[in-house]
Design a protein around this ligand. Structure first.
Ligand code: BTN
Length: 312
């Protein structure tokens, strides 16, 4: 992309691009097509080459996100769509052949997926929808901790942007008592070896209203009075996530756990655990060193909750 921007308004041949970037002509063509898909207006004239004319709309591009992105690998490869079925589904399809840290972003999702088979409504100009491909060399038992890493990274980045948020264990991000973001972590593994993990995140940025069924539980940052810039948010989030993820890979969960405890929406409260058997009233005591929730039941016994849904 730099090469086209540097030569804006001048035709540059496919041959010249392929030589400068050290890639094949077919790769140049593929690259040009994905830039067009992102909203760049690029004219191609046979025998002369390509010319960048500008942007067809004001939406974000992978190029803008990568510019100024301070991470080592999270978000250094981005595939940006205007519309897609689900970034998680796409990420899972390309994960086997992708590098760790690759991010899929879309302006809208036609079949956005939430947890437990729910739908994640993903309209254009309302939220951010993205998925990160990870290939950690960790025990399968530890994989769900990545949801916690993402949650901790989310509240930290929001805090740095002036937004006070909390985490409703295990994966809902809450502002003023209502949900603004959710995380869906999906994994592909052999018996004891992780092939890849996809961490999918949706954030309600600019929604003005919500469907009746979720209106009492969902909100957007805009509705709560925060005007958040998409690019700045993504750049901050990728950096926070990478820092906590690297720490986790080195065997240290300390920073994440400390954020989870400090920013918990459930600790020291009476909450309900919702599972197949129904709703059980418990007291949320602590988050253990592996990110599991420790609850005290009405009979006084302490139970470790590994996954599930909590209602406050
Ligand atoms: C939840 O139920 O709280 C989890 C919601 C996760 C939504 C995100 S949006 C990007 C990614 N792609 C999907 O289809 N789902 C996740």
């Amino acid at each position: 992309m730099d090469i086209l921007i540097e030569n804006m308004d001048i035709h540059i041949s496919g041959e010249a691009i392929s030589q400068q970037l050290g890639i094949s002509r077919a790769s140049v063509w593929k690259h040009i097509n994905s830039l067009k898909k992102e909203g760049f207006e690029i004219e191609s004239k046979s025998g002369i080459g390509y010319i960048l004319l500008g942007k067809t709309d004001s939406s974000l591009t992978s190029y803008e996100i990568k510019r100024g992105l301070e991470t080592e690998f999270i978000g250094q490869n981005i595939e940006y769509f205007k519309s897609i079925d689900s970034t998680n589904t796409f990420a899972k399809n390309i994960a086997p052949k992708s590098d760790e840290g690759m991010v899929i972003i879309s302006d809208e999702q036609i079949s956005g997926k939430g947890r437990v088979g729910r739908e994640w409504i993903s309209k254009e100009n309302e939220g951010i929808y993205f998925s990160i491909i990870l290939k950690p060399d960790i025990d399968i038992m530890n994989a769900s901790f990545l949801t916690q890493v993402a949650g901790a990274a989310m509240v930290s980045s929001l805090e740095k942007m002036g937004v006070e948020s909390t985490i409703k264990w295990p994966n809902d991000i809450i502002v003023n008592g209502k949900k603004i973001s959710g995380i869906l972590t999906e994994m592909s593994a052999e018996i004891d070896q992780i092939s890849y993990i996809v961490v999918g995140i949706g954030v309600n940025l600019y929604n003005q209203s919500f469907e009746e069924e979720i209106e009492s539980k969902a909100t957007s940052l805009k509705k709560e009075g925060y005007d958040i810039d998409k690019k700045e948010f993504l750049q901050r989030f990728f950096l926070e996530f990478e820092d906590l993820y690297k720490e986790f890979l080195s065997g240290d969960k300390e920073s994440t756990i400390s954020i989870l405890r400090k920013k918990s929406a459930v600790l020291d409260k009476e909450v309900y655990i919702i599972d197949r058997t129904g709703k059980t009233k418990v007291y949320a005591r602590d988050i253990d060193e592996n990110g599991n929730l420790l609850v005290e039941k009405e009979n006084g016994s302490i139970e470790t909750i590994f996954t599930g849904e909590i209602s406050i």
